[in-house]
Design a binder for this molecule. Sequence first.
Ligand code: GLY
Ligand code: MN
Ligand code: MN
Length: 430
Amino acid sequence: MKYQQIQNSLFKKNRKKFMAQMKPKSIAVFNSNDIYPISADGTMPFEQHRDIFYLSGADQEETILVLFPDAVSAKHKEVLFVRETNEHIAIWEGEKLTKDKATEVSGIETIYWVSDFDKIFFDLMTEADTIYFNTNEHYRQAVETQTREDRFIQKCKLQFPAHQYAKSNPILQNIRGVKEPEELALMQIACNITEKGFRRLLGFIEPGVWEYEIEAELLHEFVRNRSKGFAYAPIIASGNNANVLHYLENNQQCQSGDMILMDVAAEYANYSSDLTRTIPINGRFTDRQKAVYNAVLRVKKEATNLLVPGTLWAEYHKECGKIMTSELLGLGLLDKADVQHENPDWPAYKKYFMHGTSHHIGLNTHDYGELKTPMKANMVFTVEPGIYIPDEQLGIRIEDDVVIQENGAPFNLMANIPIEVEEIEELMNS
Ligand code: GLY
Ligand code: MN
Ligand code: MN
């Protein structure tokens, strides 16, 4: 791991919050992700399942966490199973979690080798009535592969058909949506690394550079600051590429007079940051670019102020739509008739701003978090309005990550990342 070890008090707190919501005589199990194959002996880099990481800090494959608050033996209230390490593995793969290290990382006293899981788990299940399965209920999930968790659930249902089943996901959506101070500190580090990357670009971007060269500059800056790299696939979209919302090719040469939209950010310790900046390739905004840019920036500022405890997600998005509509009228992109005759299910502004304004962010870029209950302090959201005008080869999005406060406006984790037109022009030309 490149990140500095996290104090295990965070994971202890997280487990306590999860267990407080479990039914009597119930057990919950969380599996690591698989290491996904490419072909031959190639594999994708390992990415830990964020739930087992959140509850244990274990950032290693083939790990299983069991939570059982009513276990007969106190030592089985929290159990972590890790892959048995040995000299051969140490020589070929390097350091793996020993039992002592697993305790140090997670704060869990009882560590077993994963090869003993079936036997110990069977015994624990004889004491339990209900088992919590960790299914994926994220509102954007579209998973086609069978995960390690899926295989475990399938096997468990066959082996223990008389137990009751319950869902971990609603509990995790509830607790992971509200961040602990330690998590906010980790997210601030991710945002600060992103800031370093963006500032580096302000001195690098000029007509003639290629989108992939910008990607390389960022990766260099991220990794040298202890990040694994990008928190999500980077979008580096010059000119009209900005109008492809999920543009990932990053293979075009930047042209003077065009803007470049960069939705690029670092992860740190598995926490995401999520930034978008759109800047003029030659370092100077045209009047039109500046007008559209400042309209997006005003929407972002006004939307941010709506993120306070009590706000409802759906209402917030309606309000953002109204703010955007007024800016689009001001820019002459919509006229009054467009708005008067708009379809309430697809309002007129959607022609130029067709995605959502905000999402929860944390261990996942599109993080867990309740969306149908009022917002709470210490939830973290992106704010990311955009205006996309293919007819003008222009697409502008601006995105920051903000923390809802008990009182007043949200705290912007990206407040130090240049955003105003004058600031960007000055830094690009100095
Ligand atoms: N970068 C992904 C998003 O902005 O949602
Ligand atoms: Mn983004
Ligand atoms: Mn985002």
